[in-house]
Design a protein around this ligand. Structure first.
Ligand code: AMP
Length: 305
């Protein structure tokens, strides 16, 4: 295998294929080239693992990449800031981007292919087909971002069709997104295994997020109240407090200590259906979204009684 070479299939190189050592990261920009790459790998019985991202990579993304390497033979990372999952009043244009840095980070992780489609490549003019995971898209973030999960499900379904992965890895930081995708895969009989990865945090507890770049230093300090409030609720649960109203009250009180924190929601829900629960009985999910200036941050904790 060592000496084997393949074509670098990018939009520009399609006309003038060049060859590179087999393990080099290939940057693939077109859908047909991505399909050909995957078909070739599948023919050789290689297990393809996909890590979909919107770029501006951090250690949370890289942890998913490392898990992907454990789970298969070939790792594809996609970077695509998906306009369909942003509403017109959201931060699509301002979303942080640094492709050069992302490419360097991925190069040092030794991935196999980077799928980097343009918006035009992903959404042909006149596109009018969506994937809607109905009930799971409604609560939590869906209540404030009504079309968000339709955009997420649609782009992830497209990525699955294009990349044809055996496995795809998603972070539990975006817990509702993970549940929406699991449901979509079951409902549409997609042949992809979905793996969740635990939340990766900064040493002081803040969940890593590309949107942390929006925080001023004062907001960054204040944002610690998210993880702190979740830890506090968990401590009270361990001491026997199982009522949702008591636990949510505690979280809200902790968040309210930070004048810069603007609570969007704090909920206790069933980890599968995401329906709100009145009490922790077995497994439950404590989930919250809080705004700090222009940054909207989410966090969650799986708890158990
Ligand atoms: P994004 O680029 O924000 O769309 O994230 C791409 C993937 O990385 C998603 O599956 C996220 O859930 C995951 N992810 C982002 N931040 C973290 C984190 N702090 N810990 C674990 N996974 C994360």
């Amino acid at each position: 295998m060592e000496n084997q070479t393949v074509e670098v299939l990018t939009k520009t190189s399609l006309e003038y294929p060049i060859t590179t050592p087999y393990r080099a990261t290939q940057v693939i920009e077109s859908i047909p080239a991505m399909r050909r790459w995957s078909a070739d790998e599948r023919r050789q019985d290689r297990r393809i693992v996909l890590v979909p991202t919107m770029g501006y990579l951090h250690e949370g993304h890289l942890a998913l990449v490392r898990e992907a390497k454990e789970r298969g033979d070939r790792v594809v990372v996609s970077i695509f800031v998906n306009p369909m999952q942003f509403s017109p009043n959201e931060d699509f244009a301002a979303y942080p981007r640094d492709l050069e840095r992302d490419r360097r980070l991925l190069e040092s992780e030794d991935i196999d292919a980077l799928f980097l489609p343009s918006t035009e490549e992903m959404y042909a003019a006149g596109a009018q087909t969506y994937v809607q995971v109905e009930k799971l898209s409604l609560p939590l973030c869906g209540a404030v971002r009504p079309d968000h999960f339709r955009g997420v499900a649609t782009v992830v379904a497209k990525l699955f069709n294009i990349v044809q992965p055996h496995v795809a890895i998603f972070g539990e930081k975006d817990y509702q997104q993970l549940q929406v995708i699991r449901r979509m895969v079951r409902d549409l009989s997609m042949d992809v295994e979905i793996a969740g990865h635990p939340i990766v945090r900064e040493p002081d507890g803040l969940a890593m997020s590309s949107r942390n770049a929006y925080l001023t230093s004062e907001e960054r300090r204040a944002a610690l109240c998210l993880s702190r409030s979740l830890c506090k609720a968990e401590r009270f649960l361990r001491r026997g407090e199982t009522s949702a109203s008591a636990l949510l009250g505690l979280v809200r009180a902790e968040l309210a200590k930070e004048p810069l924190a603007e609570i969007e929601y704090v909920k206790l829900c069933d980890p599968e259906s995401l329906d709100e629960v009145e009490r922790v009985e077995g497994a439950a999910l404590l989930a919250l979204a809080v705004r700090f200036g222009r940054a909207r941050l989410i966090d969650n904790r799986a708890v158990r009684r």
